[in-house]
Design a protein around this ligand. Structure first.
Ligand code: ADP
Ligand code: MG
Length: 502
């Protein structure tokens, strides 16, 4: 073979004897290699050894420094050789990836020496190795285990160091190349045509045959995995682009809680090891919670309550005339959904407005729109609208909320039209929207409140149909508080009544 190459390349004809004498030295080296590496035999697919060797190569008429990357499969002894202009990390990765592609798979482990590009620290005494972060990521990407030789014991890696020597002597020495590309092409052709086909001194087999027989199937298939750098670039681009796009889409879908808390929510899902479906539930819950909060906040503002009160702040023991069960039932807001009415009747200070606000709040929590308005304001606004010829507008405005709370009926201003206007409002909402009305007057006194018994009857007729009338006959909470502190004397026992009319 050597004689053939010499004849072809240099036009030199030499006798077989001459060549044999010349290669005698190499034969001994090969024998030494065989002895040195027997200890390190590894099963098929287990190990790939890699290394770099530096050499001056004559390319295009001048000496060029080339770094030869050589990868050797531990079992079959197949070689892969590449030429690089440096020994930087990209060159290692590039060399390894091209080896995986050439061998059609990835070995269990890759063995190398303590090159700075790959190993940050290798403590010879404790044998602890710190790999370069990017190498760790690279190894994870391809699914191999990186292994560094013990420092000063490069012989662990015997196969490749000899591989580098073999490539230098057999593929590079004594040759010139017209260009770098031609040099690279030569190395590739050499591995297939010479290295793969030689008879190996230790195994006694031809590497490509040994590879096909036992090692090809033992490697983990590449299965279309993209090169590491390309994959990293893709991930970087996805990270850079996707959040913006995602954020835009979430904005468009009005999923602002998910958008604003995405990273935290995904971390949380990761920590709890949630499935995709459970993660979606988490995201939806968070979005709904935020939307509910916002809606309640907004609706509370729009309701225009005179003060902030809730049911938990209502002391039922101070008002024995009230049935807590009935109030709790009303708190469920079912009556609002059904367009029913609630009349809270009783003297001043017994908590009518408090309860009205608290029930209005519950209605909002249940998802209804609420408007709170004083009875005097309702009548004044309707009268104003009527005077301006815009009564319809005003009526529509008061008809809108699902629950209209009209507080403190009984002190109506002396409006000749008051009863009529109020009747129109009640008619407009009749069986469509709920009304909660508080009054310090009993139903029987409404004729005089409206100074028109006929219209008052018509109003009551509509209000009381589907209604809950709660009459509080207790005394003022404020006065009670004062009495408790000894400022007032206790009056006669109160008598309370609560009825439902339908
Ligand atoms: P009304 O509207 O019947 O005249 P309010 O609801 O305005 O009475 O009550 C007067 C004050 O007393 C309010 O601050 C209210 O919160 C408080 N109050 C009335 N009844 C109670 C009660 N049972 N528990 C707690 N606070 C009450
Ligand atoms: Mg009141």
């Amino acid at each position: 073979m050597i004689r053939q190459e010499l004849a072809a390349e240099k036009g030199i004809i030499v006798s077989l004897r001459t060549v044999e004498r010349a290669v005698q030295r190499y034969r001994q080296e090969v024998a030494a290699e065989a002895r040195a590496t027997v200890r390190f035999e590894t099963p098929p697919g287990k190990q790939l050894q890699i290394d770099f060797g530096e050499r001056l190569v004559e390319i295009g008429g001048s000496k060029v420094r080339a770094y030869l990357f050589v990868a050797t499969l531990g079992y079959s002894r197949r070689h892969h050789a590449r030429a690089f202009r440096n020994e930087r990390q990209e060159s290692w990765f590039d060399g390894l990836e091209s080896a995986f592609v050439k061998f059609g798979g990835v070995p269990e482990e890759v063995l190398f020496d303590n090159a700075r590009a790959l190993v940050v620290e290798h403590d010879a005494a404790t044998r602890t190795v710190v790999f370069n972060d990017k190498l760790t990521a690279f190894a994870k990407h391809w699914g191999f285990r990186p292994r560094a030789c013990a420092p000063y014991r490069a012989r662990t890696k015997g196969k490749t160091e000899n591989g580098v020597g073999y490539v230098k002597r057999n593929a590079v020495a004594g040759r010139t190349f017209p260009s770098w590309e031609a040099f690279e092409a030569h190395l590739e052709a050499w591995t297939w045509e010479i290295a793969d086909l030689r008879q190996h001194g230790t195994t006694g087999e031809v590497p490509i045959e040994r590879f096909r027989r036992a090692e090809a199937h033992a490697l983990k298939p590449i299965a279309g995995r993209p090169p590491f750098q390309a994959a990293r670039e893709l991930i970087r681009r996805v990270r850079a682009i996707v959040p913006d796009r995602l954020s835009d889409m979430l904005t468009r879908l009005k999923l602002t809680a998910v958008r604003d808390q995405l990273d935290g929510l995904l971390d949380e899902a990761g920590r709890q090891e949630l499935s995709l479906r459970e993660t979606l539930v988490l995201l939806c819950e968070r979005e709904i919670a935020r939307k509910d909060e916002r809606r309640v906040e907004m609706t509370l503002k729009l309701a225009r309550f005179p003060f902030v009160r809730d049911l938990s702040g209502f002391d039922f023991s101070a008002q024995p005339s009230l049935d807590p069960k009935q109030i709790r039932e009303l708190a469920s807001a079912r009556w609002i959904a059904n367009g029913e009415n609630v009349l809270l009747l009783g003297p001043p200070g017994v908590g009518k407005t408090h309860l009205a606000v608290a029930l209005g709040r519950e209605a909002i929590l249940a998802g209804h729109s609420v408007q709170f308005v004083a009875a005097t304001t309702v009548v004044a606004q309707l009268a104003k609208g009527h005077g301006e010829g815009r009564l319809e507008e005003r009526l529509a405005q008061f008809a809108k909320p699902k629950l209209l709370i009209i507080d403190e009926l009984g002190y109506l201003p002396f409006e000749p039209n008051a009863a009529h206007l109020f009747f129109q409002l009640v008619s407009r909402r009749y069986e469509r929207g709920a009304i909660l009305l508080t009054s310090n007057r009993s139903v029987g006194e409404w004729g005089s409140v409206f100074s028109d018994p006929v219209v008052a009857t018509a109003i009551l007729d509509r209000l009381l149909h589907h209604s809950h009338v709660i009459t509080i006959r207790g005394d003022s909470y404020r006065l009670k508080e004062k009495r408790r502190s000894g400022l007032l004397q206790k009056p006669a026992a109160p008598e309370a009544k609560s009825e439902k009319k339908s």
